[in-house]
Design a protein around this ligand. Structure first.
Ligand SMILES: Nc1ncnc2c1ncn2[C@@H]1O[C@H](COP(=O)(O)OP(=O)(O)OP(=O)(O)O)[C@@H](O)[C@H]1O
Length: 492
């Protein structure tokens, strides 16, 4: 019945009849003003199109209604979401559909039988050429789309830049026999696909070498992804490695996210501080190394990846294996191509070249003039033990360039700046310890004193950096934190 006739009757009072009246009115209004309608069955097949819809057929590539009706909607209307509406039973009240026939403002409703089961769908083209009718809105949308495309492009470029290797093998400065041997091994490792294990004290250049090996490998144009295992809280490590499947968690991870293995696919994954890997995760890592596949958290789908792993540690992994702190099978799997990175004190011959290169870098970054080094300055530097290695050398040079008023750096410029071995010199005896030392003290008390002293030394040598101090002491971060909680005076 036409709406005009319906409205001549008094308005019904019960909600059911009111709703029916509204629905009727709405459909009639849509039918007369919509540019086209289509009805689909449960199998996504087009069963009927309105007169208005027929004029879109040529643009969709059809000359005749008979060729169009009966076809699956996804085969004949590009980008349509009609099939999804039938499959999910969820309407899409307003949407913009763009395909080869143009842009359309559309509405899609599921059709249900009396028991509520979806038996098809109704598609309405509310407006064609909305770019003219809805011009201000369309302009805004297209400006936003352009901005989004540009932002995505910039993000991808920035990610690619940050994942590109920062160093090459030539950046590893030094021509001493020890340095040349490291570079030879790094070049050889770069040519293989095997796992590489970089072993060396803190600050010896392990990270630099990991970048260099990636840059010299066939994977150079693929990502280099780094993860510092000691810096990630234990509870988050698994997700960091393997990612989280969508819907596995609520909150920020609801949409899921990729793990470092997935991001590094095709490239190299640098696992720094591998010795800090929790035992529970070690077996999972072993599986990825062996099978090159893993399951993201909360998913039972196996993802295959092609990732070369370069791992590094300053800890004695073999000793950790014998103490049951590191899995033997993982150790052997990682130890395929071990490269020992020598400490600075074993390659004093490189001191001059290193100082030269570090000073250039310091001058460039700080905009300070490059201060040459006198012979006695070089001798002073060469005589130090450098437990913080090249990182510590760099800090000392940086400090001296900033503090010294002279144009040349001499031994005097470094005076007062204690290189690490000075901090490692035995602590002066405590005032009361002379008397104490004559009397044997209970063992727990003595152990506690030695531990406190060692921790105090390590914190001093690393300028309070707890992670580095734990490494120097060859204990885990957790045991260092536990002791600092027991002796809070050491934290200051
Ligand atoms: N042979 C080298 N030539 C030039 N610079 C070097 C060399 N080795 C190390 N460096 C520089 O010293 C600093 C420390 O190096 P890097 O971070 O690679 O050491 P690391 O062994 O990974 O340390 P950690 O174990 O503490 O993480 C960096 O600034 C690095 O560029």
């Amino acid at each position: 019945m036409p709406v005009s006739q319906l409205l001549q009757q008094p308005l019904p009072h019960d909600p059911q009849s009111l709703l029916r009246l509204a629905a009727h009115a709405m459909f009639q209004a849509l039918e007369s003003s919509a540019a086209g309608l289509m009805v689909l069955d449960r199998e996504h097949r087009i069963v009927w199109i309105s007169e208005g819809y027929k004029r879109f057929l040529p643009a969709l590539g059809f000359g005749d209604e008979r060729e169009f009706v009966g076809r699956l909607v996804e085969d004949v209307v590009p980008n349509t979401l009609m099939a999804q509406v039938i499959d999910t039973g969820q309407p899409v009240l307003i949407d913009l559909l763009t395909n080869k026939a143009g842009s359309f403002l559309v509405s899609r409703l599921p059709l249900r039988n009396e028991t509520g089961e979806v038996i098809g769908a109704l598609g309405m083209v509310l407006l064609d050429h909305p770019e003219t009718t809805l011009q201000p809105l369309m302009q805004k949308l297209s400006a936003l789309q352009q901005e989004l495309t540009e932002a995505r492009r910039q993000l991808a470029a920035a990610q690619a830049r940050s994942r590109r290797s920062k160093h090459t093998i030539a950046s590893f400065i030094g021509s001493s026999p020890a340095a040349l041997e490291v570079k030879r091994q790094a070049r050889r490792a770069a040519q293989t696909q095997s796992t590489v294990l970089l072993l060396g004290e803190t600050g010896t250049g392990k990270e630099l070498l990991a970048h260099a090996i990636h840059a010299a490998s066939q994977r150079a144009d693929k990502p280099l992804v780094s993860i510092n295992i000691a810096a990630v809280p234990e509870t988050l490590l698994e997700a960091e490695f393997f990612g989280v499947a969508p819907g596995a968690y609520t909150g920020a991870d609801r949409k899921g996210r990729d793990g470092k293995f997935k991001i590094a696919d095709g490239g190299t994954l640098f696992l720094d501080e591998i010795g800090d890997m929790p035992l529970a995760l070690q077996s999972k890592l072993l599986r990825v190394l062996q099978e090159q596949e893993f399951e993201p958290l909360g998913s039972n789908q196996v993802l295959a990846v092609d990732v070369r792993v370069v791992a590094a540690t300053s800890r004695d992994l073999a000793a950790m294996v014998s103490q049951g702190e590191f899995r033997a099978d993982l150790y052997y799997r990682l130890n395929v191509l071990p490269i020992r990175v020598p400490p600075l004190r074993e390659r004093v011959l490189d001191m001059e070249a290193l100082v030269e290169s570090l000073q250039e870098d310091i001058a460039r970054r700080s905009n300070l003039p490059h201060k040459p080094l006198s012979t006695d300055g070089l001798e002073w530097l060469a005589a130090q033990l450098w437990s913080g290695n090249i990182r510590e050398l760099r800090n000392v040079l940086e400090q001296a360039s900033l503090m010294s008023e002279e144009a040349v750096l001499t031994a005097r410029s470094f005076a007062g700046m204690r290189a690490s071995e000075s901090s490692w010199a035995p602590m002066p005896p405590r005032e009361d310890s002379a008397a104490e030392s004559k009397q044997p003290r209970p063992l727990p008390e003595t152990i506690e004193r030695v531990e406190r002293e060692a921790i105090a030394h390590a914190l001093k040598a690393t300028e309070g950096n707890r992670m580095a101090a734990a490494r120097l002491l060859q204990i885990s971060r957790a045991s260092l934190y536990e002791r600092l909680a027991r002796w809070p005076d050491l934290s200051v």
